[in-house]
Design a protein around this ligand. Sequence first.
Ligand SMILES: Cc1cc2nc3c(=O)[nH]c(=O)nc-3n(C[C@H](O)[C@H](O)[C@H](O)COP(=O)(O)OP(=O)(O)OC[C@H]3O[C@@H](n4cnc5c(N)ncnc54)[C@H](O)[C@@H]3O)c2cc1C
Length: 401
Amino acid sequence: MPAPNFDVLVIGSGASGLAAALSAQRAGVRVGLATKAALQSCNSAKAQGGIQAAVGDDDSPEQHAEDVWRSSHETADRRLVSVLTSEAPAAIAWLEELGVEFTRDNGGYRLARCGGASAQRLLQVGDRTGHAITTALREAYESSGGTALPHHPLVALEQTPTGWRATCERKDGERVEIDATTVVLAAGGRCWKEAEARGELSTNHPGATGEVTRIALELGAEARDLDALQYHPNGGAWPPNMQGYSIPETTRAYGATLLNADGEEFTDPLGPRDEVSAAMFKEVEEGRGVTTPDGRPAVVLDTTRIPEADADISLPYMLRRYRGAGIDPLREPLLTYPVLHYQNGGLVIDEDAQTTLDGLYACGEIAGGTHGRNRMMGNSLLECCVFGRRAGRAAAARARA
Ligand SMILES: Cc1cc2nc3c(=O)[nH]c(=O)nc-3n(C[C@H](O)[C@H](O)[C@H](O)COP(=O)(O)OP(=O)(O)OC[C@H]3O[C@@H](n4cnc5c(N)ncnc54)[C@H](O)[C@@H]3O)c2cc1C
């Protein structure tokens, strides 16, 4: 057999794929990173709100783990949750070494409390946290000597005597076969495609279509909770050019409340995501919602309660987007309605991010278990970094063995 092109092949260039590729490259093996479109094209770069880690004085990884367990309605895989929360502070330190500058005030991190959390635990880079993290990871990978193959969507994967053969199909129709000893699947979720099928809006990028999960399932990999899709409670509902935009959950962390047509608060704005979305759906179903000028259902997100100083530091991008669309969120409330956002479930993995197939790893949104059937905000970017690093290191070690 000819030698494989790479020791480790990573599929997908979101935060999880970049973290895996960089970690494998740093472990001293030959790494290839194949992705569907441009390297920058992914959900991770769109993430605004922040990333969770128990770094506050009144907090601990154990408390973080309990919040995940409770928010998942006791459906998460506790082994994965324990890894996630105990390695969170180290993941933040790693990102800082790579150049991510988390927002600080009074010398410490500026921490917000997110839905379902019992402490202020959300670190932010303004409201472009995902952009900052993916930029740092991408630049580190590009300067590490690893190979990047943009516009190489995976269309098939098969086992070979030496590992795996991936087939990618480029836009010009040419098929490229890549051999690797181990493969890390980091191709994200499927909410864009699912929203299209349902005729709904989604916060996701158009590459979130789920075919890599299907390929893994056809190979015999196990999955869990694939039916558990998450709605982001605060999709933009008006004006039209903000429909599908995810209004950061940090608006509620900094004081915004949800109101019905009668101006009444109807839910805890910092409850778990599924509970907040369910309360919004119920309010509309029972006739207490409002209607957008183009006839869509909505409720009111009263962003005028956010102190200007907090908004300037933690929500500058959101303010710019809405003001550019003709609405100042600090002067008038927004109209909002849940939008399809996240695939809670995915491929079954162990603590090293290996799927149920030998030599095939999965990390990020494509993997299941860490969040059970309901993810807390801020834990996805964290999962990408923690399990991306683990997947990269384990795939490199396995390729060397
Ligand atoms: C608008 C928005 C805001 C968010 N805000 C937050 C937040 O504040 N905090 C938080 O923790 N999480 C947030 N999330 C969720 C989080 O960003 C994502 O779930 C997470 O970043 C997913 O990372 P990933 O690497 O698994 O997938 P992605 O970042 O989606 O990357 C998947 C990659 O795989 C590629 N790919 C797909 N199919 C193929 C194929 N066939 N072949 C090759 N490559 C393929 C894609 O092109 C892409 O590069 C947000 C998500 C969105 C959409």
